[in-house]
Write a protein that binds this ligand. Structure first.
Ligand SMILES: *Cc1c(COP(=O)(O)O)cnc(C)c1O
Length: 465
């Protein structure tokens, strides 16, 4: 190992040492043990700052759903609250009050019948919120079964195979059987007919996703609810719906306000959403809301007091930063309904434009176009998939050379044979940036075309660039 002999620098010398000529900068720093000695703050700042250059550029990250741009005023507020612990409601009652207002605002946004006494909590993200929603359904189901003198050994939950990993975690951690509606043909999400085949008296609930991470499509909340209404009429079994609105919870109310997916549907008992996705806050904040007190079992809830009031503590974490909740409140006040509507519409406009242009490039066929949440994906047309010298994984690699992160991945069971590539359009990804991406896609296609083994099987299958 390379060890550098270090001489002690006098105070004056250390100040005068050129930034990149200091001993920490000219040798390597320990990576797996805490260094013996302290190091000057500016030196450490530079070291770490430089290392982080190797990360992808978040603004070119079209893979993530998570917010990558916020206004400077929001960042200022956030940095003012880095030191506040969200759980200390009594010590930071105003932050607690702000959380409570956000919950009411969301309850109102999601058409809760009683939004001023809304029941809900902030979380670290949708994953925690989904756990909480799932637990509440499990507790309620168990109570119902106990009352009926029935076994509580085999709870199951019904959802699409396209669910986000948090639901698989929920099933594993809480010992619930996952009953998945598999993808079939060109259907990659859950539908009412298939969901109904899987439910029984041991079903704690059905998870319906507003904005599938796989292809950006909304699942049909109302149709599933109606099917479960019929099922209840026939069998007497009452099965609740939890809506995973991680993305769509902050999209549909603004750009598809007539779509009934929220508490307007009586069977929807709880909803989660990610404040750090289309809620437009940096990670991590999520929200879990219940239709009313009745649907959140008292047995699960701890109570904390603040300003003499009472607040529920239903969470998996204890300590958590307060600043994202404050930033969520900033966005609500700053943007208002009008601002959110304009931003989400702008995202959708860019998504529709970009998907339309990608469809025109030649080798790609859209699976979705961004008309639900502003997320869409495409596949290689069959004649290209069979006969060309590149895959969507190669395309993703090629785009990465220019810094774009546009992931390729297989669809969920039973369509893992199908590989797609996806774009998530977020605030800060402008029309102009979409044009730059298109230009780089054309460049990539021209490169593949210039390489050995390129075959476009059908007449007219050549690219347009
Ligand atoms: C992102 C996402 C999640 C997980 O949310 P986090 O906020 O990242 O924890 C859950 N469900 C869906 C549909 C998602 O898109």
């Amino acid at each position: 190992m390379h060890e550098q002999k270090v001489k002690d620098l006098s105070a004056e010398e250390s100040v005068l040492t050129p930034t990149y000529a200091s001993r920490e900068m000219t040798g390597s720093i320990p990576k797996h043990t805490i260094p013996e000695q302290s190091t000057a703050p500016e030196t450490v700042y530079n070291l770490i700052h430089d290392e982080l250059i190797m990360d992808g550029n978040s603004r070119q990250n079209l893979a993530t759903f998570v917010t990558t741009w916020m206004e400077p005023e929001a960042m200022k507020l956030m940095s003012e609250c880095f030191d506040k612990n969200m759980i200390d409601k009594d010590e930071y009652p105003q932050t607690a009050e702000i959380e409570s207002r956000c919950i009411n605002m969301l309850a109102n946004l999601w058409n809760s019948p009683d939004y001023e006494t809304a029941t809900g909590t902030s979380t670290i993200g949708s994953s925690e919120a989904a756990m909480l929603g799932g637990m509440a359904m499990k507790w309620n189901w168990r109570e119902k079964m106990k009352k009926a003198g029935k076994s509580t050994d085999k709870p199951n939950i019904v959802m699409g195979a396209n669910t986000q990993i948090c639901w698989h975690k929920f099933c594993k951690y809480w010992d619930i059987e996952a009953r998945e509606v598999k993808a079939e043909g060109n259907r990659f999400t859950l539908n009412a007919e298939e969901a109904l085949k899987l439910v029984d008296e041991n079903t704690i609930g059905v998870v319906v996703i507003m904005g599938s991470t796989m292809d950006g499509k909304y699942e049909p909340v109302k149709e599933v609810a109606e099917a479960l209404d019929r099922y209840q009429q026939q069998t007497g079994i009452d099965i609740p719906i939890h809506v995973d609105g991680a993305s769509g919870g902050f999209i549909a109310p603004f750009i598809q306000p007539d779509l009934e997916w929220d508490f307007r549907v009586p069977r929807v008992v709880s909803i989660n959403a990610s404040g750090h996705k289309y809620g437009l806050v940096y990670p991590g904040v999520g929200w879990a809301l219940w239709r009313d007190k009745k649907h959140l079992p008292e047995d699960l809830v701890f109570h904390v007091t603040y300003l003499g009031g009472d607040m529920i503590d239903f969470s998996i974490n204890f300590s958590r930063p307060g600043n994202q909740v404050v930033a969520q409140y900033y966005n609500f006040l700053r943007l208002g309904m009008d601002g959110y509507q304009r931003i989400q519409q702008a995202c959708q406009d860019v998504a529709l434009y970009l998907s339309g242009e990608i469809a025109k490039l030649g080798p790609f066929e859209l699976i979705t176009n961004g008309s639900d949440i502003p997320v869409f994906c495409w596949k290689l047309k069959d004649d290209f998939a069979d006969s060309s010298n590149f895959t969507l994984f190669d395309m993703a690699d090629k785009l990465r050379e220019r810094g774009w992160l546009v992931p390729a991945y297989p669809m969920p069971p039973n369509r893992q044979d199908l590989v797609v590539q996806r774009v998530v359009v977020k605030e800060g990804f402008s029309h102009d940036m979409a044009d730059m991406l298109l230009q780089d896609m054309r460049r990539a296609l021209a490169w593949f075309e210039s390489q050995p083994g390129f075959i476009a099987k059908k007449e007219g299958s050549h690219f347009h660039h």
